[in-house]
Design a protein around this ligand. Sequence first.
Ligand code: 8X3
Length: 252
Amino acid sequence: MPASRIAVVTGASSGIGAATARQLAAAGYRVVLTARRKDRIEALAEEIGAAGGQATAYPLDVTDRAAVDEFATAFQTIGVLVNNAGGALGLDPVATGDPADWRRMYETNVIGTLNLTQALLPKLVASGDGTVVVVSSTAGHGTYEGGGGYVAAKHGAHVLAETLRLELLGEPVRVIEVAPGLVRTEEFALTRFNGDAERAAKVYEGVPGPLTADDVADTITWAVTRPSHVNIDLLVVRPRAQASNTKLYRES
Ligand code: 8X3
């Protein structure tokens, strides 16, 4: 892989996105960090640079199509696009879930991925060897009570990846979906529960070894760095203590 190959990572300000950016940079990619929080991605770009990698920060809201189109004009070609931005809001039953939360989750998890993918696809094709990664979730492959809007959105992200792979047949672009289960990051559960730290901590309580952002980044980096003719369609990754979306082992 030429050292100048560019990897764009969305949601790079924390968690899986930040860890993936670090690992792709360590694998030799020139990483472009995007997220809304400028200070965070700038600090990460500096950290990656100090560690001998190449990274630039570009503040971006993936739901803002005009901004995404403007972002895309900065590149001739792109090697890798990691669609990681997204997240969950609430754990309400369908009966009482807030439609605004559902809409927001669809916007970030699905339309955000659509925006980046559409805007950068010509550049991925132009590279002659492009890779689109969709970081979905095990919530994109099965449901659970209270999952409602998030599960619906992640199913959308999964279908986007699967459809895109069909449509790009014959083009020099791979489409990889990585679907993580329970991952303990600093923000995922906190965001879901609107900053309620106690409720967020309960998600992981007693679970021996939830996945870390680094575990998922490792999986993404492995899939991306396979030879070009190898397409890892879908990789479901869970902690050993999680057998399904609804079956979690907790030590009391
Ligand atoms: C995160 C997994 O179980 O919270 O995408 O839906 S879960």
